[in-house]
Ligand binder design. Structure first.
Ligand SMILES: Cc1ncc(COP(=O)(O)O)c(C=O)c1O
Length: 321
């Protein structure tokens, strides 16, 4: 389960992401499979991964104690992707502060937003200064422009930072709201057979419930689901932001599950203009707005519809080599 934003930076560096599957408790990086993956890399190419990147999928903490124990044993730094897990805690400690670095996202759909951008949690001032130096074109201390390494233009603007400071004043409210919504789902769905809400699996976990999620039993049936995938997939865009490539047919490699079909049908919206990020799989399929007929979602030969592949919206658990 994954989202490409966690692996794109690995690809920018020319490194190869090694995906580690999820465990059932938190839906995040499985520590056992992590160790298997490390051993496999060492056996196959004699090198261990350069970093381990657990992702707080939907805000739920990963098994950080076990991951850190393995990381320390193999001497591999941990970079926490807490983009979705801002203020989630494991054993009382906030995510992003366990590993060598932690990343947070203040994208428009996150717990608080600066309109775009995020934060890097650093272990000390020295590394924070180095990150800021790289993020501001890596300029040497001369009265003229002298650059000796490749720098970046990745800083948060002062205006974005102002928005972020204002957002901090409503952070507690946002956190309370997300937890309230989770409680509502739990309460309202508790007697519905076949639906299991994804809750904190043990007392150490304290999710921010950035996104409330549930599993559906395979034999759960929803009226009309047989044709949902076929008729809607080429017009459905769930949880995406920005401009999306048009697609006229489902990707040939896609092997959608019933659940992803339902997600696709639930998140249908017009795609003729850039779409805002929104809730994933939480709306009722029966009340979802169908795409305008001009996007011809029911017509497989139409070129005007846009698509996101069936299940790309979950973040990933990765380690980089
Ligand atoms: C798990 C995960 N990692 C990384 C990112 C990237 O964050 P940003 O959009 O701030 O670059 C996101 C957000 O979309 C995310 O959900």
């Amino acid at each position: 389960m994954t989202f490409c934003a966690s692996t794109n930076p690995i690809a920018y560096l020319g490194a190869t992401p090694v995906f580690v599957d999820s465990e059932k408790e938190s839906w995040n990086m499985d520590p056992e499979l992590l160790e298997e993956a490390i051993k496999d890399r060492i056996a196959k190419n004699g090198k261990k991964p350069k970093a381990i990147i657990p992702v707080a999928l939907y805000g739920m903490p990963y098994q950080i104690e076990r991951i850190l124990e393995i990381a320390n044993r193999y001497d591999i730094p941990v970079i926490e992707d807490a983009a979705e897990g801002f203020c989630s805690r494991y054993d009382g400690k906030v995510l992003g502060t366990f590993g060598r670095f932690g990343i947070l996202s203040f994208n428009g759909n996150k717990m608080i937003t600066t309109s775009g951008g995020g934060a890097l949690i650093c272990p000390d001032k020295e590394t924070a200064d180095k990150a800021k130096w790289y993020a501001t074109q890596a300029r040497e201390g001369y009265p003229y422009y002298q650059h000796e390494v490749v720098g970046y233009n990745y800083r948060l603007s002062n205006i974005s930072a102002c928005i972020g400071r204002a957002q901090l004043t409503v952070l507690d409210e946002h956190l309370a709201h997300h937890r309230h919504v989770q409680e509502l789902y739990c309460e309202l769905l508790k007697d519905v057979k076949g639906i299991t809400m994804h809750c904190n699996p043990a007392p150490e976990y304290d999710s921010n419930f950035w996104l409330c999620t549930a599993t559906l039993d395979p034999d759960l049936k929803i009226k009309g689901q047989e044709n949902a995938y076929k008729t809607i997939i080429t017009g459905a865009v769930g949880g995406a932001a920005g401009v999306i490539h048009a697609a006229s047919r489902p990707p040939p490699t896609a092997s959608p599950t019933t659940t992803s079909r339902l997600c696709a049908s639930a998140s249908t919206r017009p795609t003729s203009r850039p779409v805002r990020s929104g809730s994933r799989c939480t709306s009722n399929p029966s009340t979802a707005t169908p795409p305008p007929t001009s996007t011809a979602s029911a017509n497989p030969s139409s070129k005007s519809a846009s698509v996101s592949p069936p299940a790309p919206t979950s973040p990933m658990t990765t380690s980089a080599t």
